[in-house]
Design a protein around this ligand. Structure first.
Ligand code: RIB
Ligand code: CA
Length: 309
């Protein structure tokens, strides 16, 4: 089987961790590199968490450190969901850090060149690293197949009434990415809020025990409490949607359109403005906006991948 080369840029938090665990067990995935960005928690923690996860899965993927803050905004973190450590308080041993000298954007560009247009970039945190690569390497669009992000929302928000966290943290970087000319698939809240596990489904996925499944259960307790406390049916594994879109596109549906980011207004800062519900009048349709998924298949696929550990 021809493997699909993929790079994951993440702010390893709870759902980023689930995406990494799934990526390692996807037979058709060649995980080329992992890069960390500040987001759910500070960069030192997201970078360390990437190491904790690769140690947990028994892998040694190259891990690169990226941006420790957004382009212009002060860093906003999400410890209220992900905990101070970013992993919901689930204890994982910390292996020696790789401390590679090249920053995330240099390593990403080198990988894009190496894979000559085949590399799929899955970006599931604030887009600061990606925007740095776009600015530093103007020819990057020639070498990246596309960028599949977890971020944004055609309707609604979670960080503010109209902005999703990853975009809100660094709206200027996000705007740079949407305007880069690289095809973007936007897995926003429209689809990821439907991509949830109930508490019972997490218990079922973790029932066989073992370090990975125990982590999956322990790392999601805080988020489950937060989400059900808001009246939601469960915990969304937002980031896994972006990964799965690459490997199981028929699990999802959506619409082509234009997507651009509000970077000026204090009220709507970070809103991803799309024309998919207003006769598509934007000149450039720069994105595919994912709107729906087969949730039962989503849950089953994650459960089966975790059973591989
Ligand atoms: O809004 C959800 C997104 O913000 C997810 O990527 C989660 O990990 C946080 O980064
Ligand atoms: Ca994330």
């Amino acid at each position: 089987m021809k493997k699909i080369p993929v790079w994951i840029d993440c702010d390893t938090g709870v759902d980023d961790a689930a995406a990494l665990l799934c990526a390692h067990k996807l037979p058709q995935a060649e995980l080329v590199g992992i890069s960390a960005v500040a987001g759910n928690v500070e960069l030192e923690k997201t970078y360390a968490n990437c190491h904790r996860l690769t140690a947990l899965m028994g892998a040694d993927y190259p891990i690169y450190k990226g941006a420790d803050k957004p382009w212009f905004r002060p860093l906003t973190i999400a410890t209220y969901i992900h905990g101070e450590d970013g992993l919901g308080g689930a204890e994982l041993p910390l292996p020696p850090l790789q401390n590679r000298p090249e920053p995330a954007w240099d390593a990403l560009y080198a990988a894009a060149r190496k894979y000559e247009g085949e590399l799929e970039l899955v970006a599931v945190g604030p887009l600061t690293n990606i925007a740095n690569a776009v600015v530093k390497y103007p020819d990057l669009p020639q070498y990246l197949k596309r960028i599949v992000i977890m971020g944004g929302a055609a309707i609604g928000g979670n960080c503010t009434p109209c902005a999703e966290f990853n975009i809100y943290v660094d709206p200027h970087a996000a705007q740079c990415v949407f305007k880069s000319g690289i095809p973007v698939v936007m897995c926003g809240l429209d689809v990821t809020m439907k991509a949830y596990f109930t508490d019972g489904e997490i218990d079922a996925a973790a029932a066989a025990g073992g370090d990975v499944r125990r982590f999956f259960r322990e790392s999601t307790r805080r988020a489950m409490q937060f989400c059900t406390g808001l009246g939601l049916p469960g915990v969304s594994f937002h980031d896994v949607c972006a990964l799965f879109y690459v490997f199981f596109p028929d699990m999802f549906s959506g619409d082509e359109g234009g997507v651009y980011v509000e970077t000026q207004s204090s009220l709507t800062l970070g809103k991803t403005v799309t024309d998919i519900y207003s006769d598509h009048q934007f000149e450039h349709h720069n994105a595919y906006v994912v709107l729906d998924l087969d949730r039962e298949r989503f849950v089953k696929t994650i459960t089966e991948l975790l059973a591989e550990y």
